[in-house]
Design a protein around this ligand. Structure first.
Ligand code: NCD
Length: 294
């Protein structure tokens, strides 16, 4: 079954296939194109979401399908004590795939072990967010004129699942790129995701002028123990002024105060375009899991 649980399952050939499909879908967008007519997707979200749930909803309906949106599990049988496994097996009777977001790492894998239909991991705690990583990488390929040499990930690298998935995906797609990690010392990238040749910093100063892609993330305060202390960080206009003219700034959003809105008008800031590319990537992924084409 075509589950999407971790970026570890992807190779360059699969990524290229999805990107090519995404290119085609973005051209078809707005036309009468309904390859998923008659199919149903379950959106099962145990954690808050604006972009990911809406993006899958929009993707599925644009392809002619329908969505069962379960965005507030406290109103579902979960509040009666139903296990994740039973909920997954149940929703598999109503739909052709399940998009699952959960606050516990490893939950997408657990669900995929029992599910009758493909599971798409839309974020499992601080684990992974593979569909976000694909849309992030797709954005890099479209928005950057040349192959990146230095990609800098900045923010809460300890708890941010987007950077966990993205760092692994970048290594598959751009094996020669240098990865730089900028974070408060208490929020460093997990050791197992740091390779020889990567560099770690506590601020952006010394690396901003070499960076081709700057990927910002917020502090994941819902994943911090109370009393956890860290320095705050912020991208400033002065930082951006020192950056390359053709670099790009990305963010999975939501942002808090690490990325001031005054930077939005800088053409290098592509985080709203990133959202649109995400819609097309998710359309391609839904086609992939629901149709027999790859
Ligand atoms: C991210 C997430 O949920 O991990 N949001 C998203 O899906 N675009 C990032 C975050 O919450 O900080």
């Amino acid at each position: 079954m075509k589950h999407i649980v971790s970026v570890d399952q992807f190779d360059k050939k699969f990524i290229d296939y999805i990107f090519k499909e995404t290119d085609i879908i973005s051209i078809m967008s707005g036309k009468d194109y309904r390859p998923l007519a008659g199919k149903v997707l379950t959106n099962l979200f145990y954690e808050p979401s604006t972009r990911t749930s809406s993006s899958f909803y929009s993707a599925m309906t644009r392809l002619g399908g329908n969505v069962i949106p379960i965005n507030e599990v406290s109103y579902s049988s979960v509040s009666k004590g139903e296990t994740l496994e039973d909920t997954i097996k149940t929703m598999g009777q109503y739909s052709e795939a399940i998009v699952l977001r959960h606050y516990m790492e490893g939950t997408a894998r657990r669900a995929s072990d029992v599910s009758y239909v493909p599971i798409i991991n839309a974020g499992d705690g601080k684990g992974e967010h593979p569909t976000q990583a694909l849309l992030d990488l797709y954005t890099i390929t479209l928005e950057l004129k040349n192959e990146p040499k230095v990609i800098t990930l900045m923010g809460d690298l300890l708890h941010g699942r987007t950077v966990h998935s993205l760092s692994k995906l970048i290594r598959i797609y751009f094996p020669n790129v240098k990865l730089c990690f900028v974070s408060p010392s208490a929020l460093r990238m997990p050791k197992e995701l740091v390779n020889d040749g990567d560099e770690e910093f506590i601020n952006i100063d010394s690396i901003i002028n070499q960076t081709d892609v700057l990927y910002m993330t917020r502090i994941q305060k819902e994943r911090l123990d109370t009393g956890f202390s860290f320095d705050t960080y912020k991208l400033t206009k002065e930082d951006i002024n020192k950056a390359k003219r053709d670099m790009i700034v990305m963010h999975p959003l939501p942002r808090v105060d690490e990325l001031p809105t005054e930077l939005d008008s800088d053409p290098r800031c592509v985080y709203f375009k990133q959202i649109k590319y995400g819609l097309y990537i998710r359309m391609a992924l839904l086609k992939y899991v629901m149709l027999d084409e790859y």
